[in-house]
Design a protein around this ligand. Structure first.
Ligand code: NDP
Ligand SMILES: O=C(O)C1=N[C@H](C(=O)O)C[C@H](O)C1
Length: 278
């Protein structure tokens, strides 16, 4: 049997951090080798398993990813679901130590995404705003669906998340928008409509609209509306729990640890590229 892939998980105290530790339980192909939390947090030194509400794992939460990666090869891949600033710092630490990194964090600016792309010249780096199989299949087919329906169909993307989410629209909604734009041969930045409150007038032809809901404990829901004269196609994905995302991230980590430096996404992991012919 192949040795387990040794993973370091950052932001372990977060909703996704805890889900990742829970999803590791019972797996012999992956092993937690480091658990990283926020400097100064009260949970530092606690066992990562206990923090996530599962069996103790013998891995205390520490604050310094750099120190762990500086040690001789104890981590095969880092999984990052922390805030943007922490994620960027962790990417630089990975770049310096040639460690692959899976990133689920959303809300990077274009400039920040360029930092990630630059790092991926030196290390395998995977960025995916949504690690679920369902969303990634939708992302793969959406360009072809949009193209088949034609320019006259209005596209609106509606997303709903829990009340704690900080970025809007969600990373997934923006990725769905880019997939629609790809099907139309345009750049999303040129056609996106993120806010209808500040403009007056009818819907701009060819625009892609976004609407955001934030409420209670909604895990994550996305609907793409494709509305033509007299009909409407609605493509909806609903995440029932974060374990789905966590399992996708673990699958990605195992895959990425065996790749050469490059910029990857979840569709690479799932073998969904190049996708249907446009
Ligand atoms: N790609 C995907 O499939 C998915 C992506 N996401 C994305 O993942 C991200 C996290 O979401 P979620 O887990 O809900 O967020 P949370 O707010 O629950 O978790 C973020 C955690 O990061 C911790 N943190 C803050 N600073 C640091 C630091 N410097 N080092 C280490 N940890 C730090 C915080 O710790 P503390 O508790 O101490 O404040 C907090 O617990 C978001 O960007 C979200 O959009 C979410 C779900 C799925
Ligand atoms: O913050 C979340 O919770 C989620 N964020 C991701 C996003 O921004 O698309 C993915 C998922 O929907 C949950």
């Amino acid at each position: 049997m192949n040795p387990p892939t040794r993973v370091a998980i950052t932001a372990v105290s977060g909703r996704m951090g805890r889900a990742l530790i829970q999803a590791l339980e019972g797996r012999d192909d992956l092993q937690l080798s480091a658990a990283i939390g926020r400097a100064g947090a009260e949970y530092l030194k606690q066992d990562a398993g206990r923090l996530a509400g599962v069996m103790p794992l013998g891995v205390p939460v520490i604050a310094d990813l750099r120190a762990v990666l500086a040690q001789d090869k104890t981590v095969d891949v880092v999984i990052e679901f922390g805030p943007v600033a922490a994620a960027l710092d962790h990417v630089l630490a990975c770049q310096q130590t040639k460690t692959p990194i899976v990133i689920g964090t959303t809300g990077f600016s274009s400039e920040q995404q360029n930092v990630l792309k630059t790092a991926s010249r030196d290390i395998p780096l995977l960025l995916a705003p949504n690690m679920s199989v369902g969303i990634n299949v939708l992302l793969a087919y959406l360009p072809a669906i949009t193209k088949a329906l034609g320019e006259s169909y209005d596209v609106e993307i509606v997303e709903a998340h829990h009340r704690h989410k900080v970025d809007a629209p969600s990373g997934t909604a923006l990725a769905l928008g880019r997939a629609v734009a790809k099907g139309r041969g345009v750049d999303l930045k040129d056609v996106e409509c993120l806010d209808r409150n500040t403009i007056r007038g009818p819907r701009q032809e060819g625009s892609i609209g976004f609407a955001t809901l934030r409420a209670a404990d909604v895990v994550g829901e996305h609907t793409v509306w494709l509305a033509g004269a007299g009909e409407r196609l609605e493509l909806t994905h609903r995440a029932a729990s974060r374990l789905n995302f966590a399992e996708g991230a673990l699958r990605a980590a195992r895959w990425l640890a065996a790749q050469s430096p490059g910029f990857y996404d979840m569709q690479d992991v799932l073998g969904l590229k190049p996708g249907p012919v446009l």
